[in-house]
Design a protein. Sequence first.
Length: 255
Amino acid sequence: MTTPDQQALERARALVQAAQRVVVLTGAGISTDSGIPDFRGPNGVWTRNPGAEKLATLSHYMSSSEVRVQAWRRRIESRPWERQPNSGHGALLSLEKTGQLDTLITQNIDGLHQKAGSDPAKVVEIHGTVLEFVCMKCGDRGPMMDVVQRVEGGEADPPCLSCGGILKSATISFGQSLVAEDLLRAERAARRCDLLLAIGSTLSVFPIAGVVPTAKDAGASVVIVNGDATEMDELADVVLRGSITPLLTELLGAS
């Protein structure tokens, strides 16, 4: 006899197979199997160490050299650029291979979708990327490893080589505005899709979580895949609850 979980999986598969224009929204949960902890889960970075959130707050980062030193040290200790995509990232490639994927919106800053083979032109990194640095004064931008090498060489809080300004990762910190073009692109994609697949996100961070009700209001189906309940489960046509990587592999196939 088919279990309720299997029934939900079959309903989700049917929605995916019928879809012609899919928008995917991914959160931290898709990257935990790559060794990157989430932020708000039971073992999340901010759950275990609330003070760590200070390092991701723009006003603190800009006003305190001590905070910047801690941030650079923590980044080097965690070395996110060395992480590799998992089979969950790979499973999403099937949507590109069939031509169904319209846009992949990610809240993650790890670049693992592109590393797995996703077309960068289809990816919207709504919270930026940790794989690049940016100068907060002149806007100079480049590979994160250029700054990492300076920190490892003894510069605890390296300034911009072009203007002497403060450098930070090219991520969106608390208190920093999202890139308007990225937000508009995500909203437009949500309005034109016929299926929105939300993966590994609590769907509690706005405005980007708003793409779920936007898609639903425009007539799209919604499938949510997450380890725990989300704030938008009631909007979903199907909710798949459990370990994300095997669920995605079952739903979309391995790649």
